[in-house]
Design a protein around this ligand. Structure first.
Ligand code: ATP
Ligand code: PRP
Length: 212
């Protein structure tokens, strides 16, 4: 018996949509999979082992080869810049990254501060814009930063726009659209290519059908 393929799944909002896609692709994930507190879940019927990680950590597990595959937001992929193959746009968890501020925000050259959960991405973005800013790394509730004067702008995810609206913030620029991606460890891809190719094909078919 060969080892099962190991897939790193992000806990949180991507999880349900990713699990649905896998089920639609014919992988028999048990119902308790969705609510379990277990961090390693074997599904021998599907020849798969799942490891459940923080969304931002999924590319790390895949890069190190402890997971053959994973599901990660494009935001995470840009921020983490890990050495993994991005093989399929799953077209789930759609949102985008934007710069936002209070409506009375005025651009200043004196010590501009930007709060974000994505310091690398934000640094790169402002560099491309030719603007020098100080990035303040936060781990969540980013919209709070301009409200309390920690930063004058933020770089964060926007989906419905509700969080910006309810906190009286306005969007200044759109940076990049985001969806979740299927990622693969380069060595696994070479060693287990038939099973990985099969999984990619099955998921690609479901994504295509959902789009039609
Ligand atoms: N409001 C949103 N709507 C749709 N997709 C989102 C939204 N916020 C984030 N995402 C996508 O879902 C991914 C995971 O987000 P989630 O909020 O579950 O975890 P997280 O904020 O990274 O982790 P945690 O809250 O556990 O620190 C993000 O990397 C992004 O691709
Ligand atoms: O446009 P919306 O639909 O309002 O979604 C955007 C919000 O969702 C995410 O936050 P999350 O809920 O993950 O909380 P966090 O700030 O703690 O990361 C993101 O960071 C925004 O704050």
């Amino acid at each position: 018996m060969s080892e099962p393929l190991t897939m790193a799944m992000p806990k949180g909002r991507i999880f349900d949509e990713a699990a649905d896609l896998l089920r639609e692709a014919g992988f028999p994930l048990p119902p308790e999979f969705d609510d379990s507190r277990k961090l390693i879940v074997d599904v021998p019927e599907a020849d798969l082992r799942f490891i459940l990680a923080k969304p931002m950590d999924v590319p790390t597990y895949v890069e190190h080869g402890v997971a053959d595959l994973g599901v990660a937001g494009k935001d995470t992929m840009i921020e983490e810049a890990r050495d993994v193959y991005e093989v399929l746009d799953l077209k789930i968890s759609e949102c985008y990254l934007a710069v936002a501020a209070l409506p009375d925000y005025k651009k200043t050259d004196i010590n501009p501060k930007v709060a974000s959960k994505y310091p690398n991405l934000a640094t790169q973005y402002f560099k491309e814009q030719g603007e020098q800013v100080e990035i303040i790394k936060l781990n969540g509730s980013i919209e709070l930063a301009p409200l309390v004067g920690l930063a004058d702008r933020i770089v964060d995810i926007v989906s419905t726009g509700r969080t910006l609206r309810e906190n009286g913030l306005v969007e200044l620029e759109t940076i990049v659209p985001i969806t979740s991606r299927l990622i693969v460890n380069p060595v696994s891809y070479r060693m287990k290519d038939v099973r990985i190719d099969n999984l990619i094909e099955r998921l690609a078919k479901v994504v295509e059908e959902e789009e039609a």
